[in-house]
Every structure is written in structure tokens, then in C-alpha cells.
Write a protein that binds this ligand. Structure first.
Ligand SMILES: *Cc1c(COP(=O)(O)O)cnc(C)c1O
Length: 486
């Protein structure tokens, strides 16, 4: 099993190399050359724990990892760092099945992949006999940064530098990042938005002079963003696990199709569900749910990607993105793995801020349904779900719920709906309780809902602030150089 680049078919690497590199050359993304089939009809499928299933699904995709290596990575990642033994429990509320992916150390679904990525990376370092220090550069819309630092904190042979939009994350997200421990972690606020951060990070990856300079100092860059296949592969697992839970509880027959609704920003999570479908999971439609930054909704409905538009800071900030990096991986399938066609599309996006699919290409997007939710709709859905079920969802999950409801109204088909729940409501309390609670948001949310307060939230106010760097977006490269003493 090798990985190829979306932009150059001659670039083929092993899984461990792809994980270390993060990004392929010329800005390309690594893709598995083919997708293995996972037989859900095998007797063992229904008995497997999360960890066992993780091994079964990740093994064929990370073929150059030995059984011992991969099992060790899995057991170091998915243990009592997660507050729910099931790791990704499925919670039935009304007609919906919420796949809860927020029981990890930072309370967002990013933990599902970022708790294992550091182990995959250090294992890959050993396998490739690389004696360079890995410098993780990461742009975050709020959740990746914290989850990545938590994962890499004090991991030998690594440093991590996180850039986040100073005015584009929730108070709790910011506090979580600024209190991060670990001598190898650095957090920097920028005056731009997530797309600005992501663009500069990508430019640094492509900067050959910078690469040279790092090499001279025995360092190399890698990425903890979902452009790294070491992020995507672990995310495929929970779709199989959620499905297994549905069958085990008698909610569906084995083999019965379901729909999944995914709150989407950088298109990593939903891409993993698309990969799960390609690997044999009976998914009917993949529902791509956006907030007011609805560039993806428009793309799926028209075949045109138009990034030049107003950018909104919303109440679901982890989805405030206009350039969804992982869409390139879907496009690669849509253009039948034609590198030059893909290069043209990506060139158009860079040069003129848009691209347009041909009719036959657009027709290949049928597996997807796309919609969006306005901010008031998000608040309404949260209240409505709470009134009906005494269940509290966070604003990102609410986007997925709202678009799932729209889908059911339109399509009127009876398939079961799995809603991917990506964050704990305690990360974004303002959406439920409204504004003006002056730092008492957590207590107010607790009083109104009786939802237990996660320990990491309770402890947050007692932790000292350890990071206080704020810069202009254009100074990101300079900041990296000075943090690395180059
Ligand atoms: C990152 C994130 C998303 C969006 O996921 P993508 O993989 O970027 O599409 C949705 N919800 C939350 C809470 C997130 O942290």
C-alpha cells in the first residue's frame, strides 16, 4: 500500500513517509493508491472494541507499520485519556443517533486523530531512520491547535508551533491553548483569520530555502492539520464503530444503509466518512453541513467553488473556513485521478479564487448532500433539541442536526441518520445561554442543563497563562525562524 500525490503521479511514498512529510511536494496531498475493503459481515466485526476495530481498519492503510508498532500506537492513544470507555459512544435522541466524538482530553473530535498522530509520527521517524527533529506547524480554527499540542506536548524529537486567529476562537478555546504545558509547544495569535493562517503555513511548507535552512539544523517540518494522512486514517475508524453500535443495539440490520451528517470546515471529517464508504461501510448519503461560511454548500449545489466572498466569524468558529483543504482529495476522485486536470483546478483557485467543474465531474458528487445553517437557526436547534430530549448539543453539532432535518424534509426516505457530534457544549456555552455572563458561562450552562462539567473545564481557570505572543499574519515566517532560533 503506497500513497500518491494529488499533483504528481510520479510521487509515491510509504505510509510512514507520507505521515512524516505531511504535505507532498508542490502543495500536493497524499492519497492511498487504493482502498482496502473491510468486511463488516465477518463474525468478529460486531464483537470488536474500539481499539480492535482501529487496528483492523488502520492496518491495511498503514501497511509499513508492524502489528506490534500499530497496536502500541493504538493502545497509547485510546485509553483512559478518554472519559468514556467506548471512546466514541453513540447516543440516541429522538430519531437521531449522535456519534459523540468529544470525550477526549480537549473536548473536540480533533482528539480522535491527534491523540494517535504523535505516536504514528515518532514510530515513522524510527522506521525511516530520520534523526531530524520534527517541527509541527499548524494553523487552527480553535480545536486542532489545542488537541495537537496536547498530543505532542513533551514528545521527544518534536516541537509544535500553532497559529490561531486572535479574534476567531471562543474564550474557552483560547484559554485552553494559552495554558498549554510542554517546553516544546508554542502558540501564536495572528490578526488574520484561519484561511490566512493556513495559507501562510502552506507557503512555509513549500518554501525551499526554509527547508534547506531547517535541514542544516537537523529539523524538518510536518503537519498536524488534516492534510496529513496520519489524521485522516484514524478518523475512518469511528464511522465503522458507530455503525457497529447501531447493529449491536438492533437499530439496523447488518448491511442496512444509513446517512451521516457531518459539521464541516476543512473537509477532513466528512472525507473520512467518504473513505469509510469506499471501504465498504453501507453509507447512503454524506451530508455536508456548513455554517454561514457556506462555500461548500454552493460548491456541491453548483459545481463551482467560489472562495472570494465575505468571511464571517460565527458561533461555530471551528467551521469558519473558506478554503477547505481536503476537498482536493475528493476532487482527485472526481477528475478520475487526472493530475493535470487537478493541477489546473488548483491553479485557478490560487490565481482567480475559483474553479468550475464540468457537468460529468459534478455528477460524481451525488453521494453528497450539502446545506447550511444560519447563526439564529443554530441557536434555535440547540434549544429545540434540549426541549425535546434534555440533550445538550454544541453549535457545530447543531449545524449537522439542522441540515440533517432539512435533508429529511426534502428526501423523505426512511434511512437512519447518524449525526456526528464534534464538541462538548462546554467549549461553546454562549450559544446555549446567550451573551453577558461575564466569565460565569460554565456555571450558568451547568445550572440550566445539569450537564456534568468536564474536569478539564473545571481546572482551566486555575492554570497559569503560558503563551502570550500576538503577531501580524505577514510576520508568521519570521516568528517561526525566531522560535526555532534560526
Ligand atoms: C474541526 C472541527 C469541525 C470541522 O471539521 P473538518 O474536519 O475541518 O471539516 C467541526 N466541529 C468541530 C468542533 C471542530 O473542531
Amino acid at each position: 500500500m503506497m500513497y500518491q500525490s494529488t499533483r504528481d503521479k510520479n510521487e509515491r511514498v510509504t505510509a510512514s513517509k507520507a505521515i512524516l512529510n505531511g504535505l507532498a511536494s508542490k502543495g500536493g496531498l497524499y492519497i492511498p493508491e487504493k482502498f482496502p475493503t473491510i468486511l463488516i459481515t465477518e463474525e468478529t466485526f460486531l464483537q470488536q472494541t474500539y481499539q480492535e476495530l482501529a487496528y483492523k481498519i488502520m492496518q491495511p492503510l498503514l501497511a509499513d507499520f508492524s502489528e506490534e508498532e500499530l497496536k502500541k500506537c493504538i493502545s497509547e492513544a485510546y485509553n483512559d485519556k478518554f472519559t468514556d470507555k467506548k471512546i466514541a459512544p453513540l447516543n440516541k435522541q429522538g430519531a437521531d443517533y449522535y456519534l459523540e466524538l468529544f470525550h477526549g482530553p480537549t473536548l473536540a473530535f480533533k482528539d480522535m486523530a491527534l491523540s494517535i498522530l504523535p505516536y504514528l509520527m515518532t514510530t515513522a521517524l524510527k522506521k525511516q531512520e530520520v534523526d531530524q527533529e520534527i517541527v509541527i506547524l499548524t494553523a487552527t480554527s480553535g480545536d486542532t491547535g489545542k488537541a495537537a499540542m496536547e498530543g505532542f506536548s513533551n514528545v521527544k524529537g518534536t516541537k509544535i508551533i500553532v497559529f490561531y486567529p486572535k479574534d476567531g476562537v471562543s474564550d474557552i478555546q483560547e484559554k485552553q491553548m494559552l495554558t498549554q504545558r510542554g517546553d516544546n509547544t508554542f502558540v501564536v495569535g495572528i490578526d488574520g483569520n484561519f484561511d490566512d493562517a493556513q495559507t501562510s503555513v502552506k507557503q512555509m511548507f513549500e518554501d525551499q530555502e526554509l527547508e534547506e535552512l531547517l535541514n542544516q539544523h537537523h529539523m524538518q517540518f510536518s503537519s498536524a492539520n488534516s492534510i496529513n494522512i496520519g489524521r485522516l486514517v484514524p478518523q475512518i475508524v469511528y464511522y465503522f464503530y458507530g455503525y457497529q453500535q447501531l447493529v449491536k443495539r438492533g437499530e439496523i440490520e447488518l448491511g442496512e444503509k444509513i446517512n451521516v451528517s457531518v459539521p464541516t470546515g476543512n473537509f477532513g471529517n466528512i472525507l473520512a466518512s467518504y473513505y469509510a464508504k469506499k471501504m465498504g461501510l453501507p453509507i447512503n448519503r454524506l451530508i455536508c453541513a456548513s455554517n454561514r461560511n457556506k462555500v461548500l454548500t454552493d460548491f456541491f449545489n453548483t459545481g463551482s467553488y467560489l472562495k472570494n466572498r465575505d468571511f464571517f466569524v460565527t458561533n461555530s468558529p471551528s467551521m469558519d473556513i473558506l478554503v477547505s483543504s481536503n476537498l482536493e482529495r475528493l476532487l482527485f476522485e472526481v477528475v478520475d485521478k487526472d493530475n493535470s486536470r487537478l493541477n489546473n483546478l488548483m491553479y485557478d483557485l490560487k490565481q482567480q479564487g475559483n474553479y468550475h467543474l464540468l457537468e460529468i465531474e459534478k455528477n460524481k458528487l451525488e453521494d453528497f448532500y450539502a446545506g447550511f445553517a444560519e447563526e439564529e437557526e443554530i441557536e434555535e436547534v440547540i434549544q429545540q433539541v434540549f426541549m425535546e430530549s434534555s440533550y445538550v448539543i454544541d453549535p457545530h453539532t447543531a449545524v449537522a442536526k439542522k441540515v440533517a432535518d432539512d435533508y429529511r424534509k426534502m428526501e423523505k426516505e426512511p434511512l437512519k441518520m447518524m449525526i456526528v457530534s464534534t464538541a462538548s457544549p462546554y467549549k461553546f456555552p454562549a450559544c446555549f445561554i446567550g451573551p453577558n455572563h461575564e466569565g460565569k458561562e460554565v456555571a450558568v450552562l451547568h445550572e440550566k442543563t445539569q450537564l456534568p462539567i468536564p474536569k478539564v473545564i473545571e481546572e482551566l481557570d486555575k492554570l497559569p497563562i503560558r503563551h502570550e505572543t500576538n503577531i501580524k499574519t505577514r510576520d508568521m515566517k519570521q516568528t517561526v525562524l525566531s522560535l526555532l532560533n534560526l
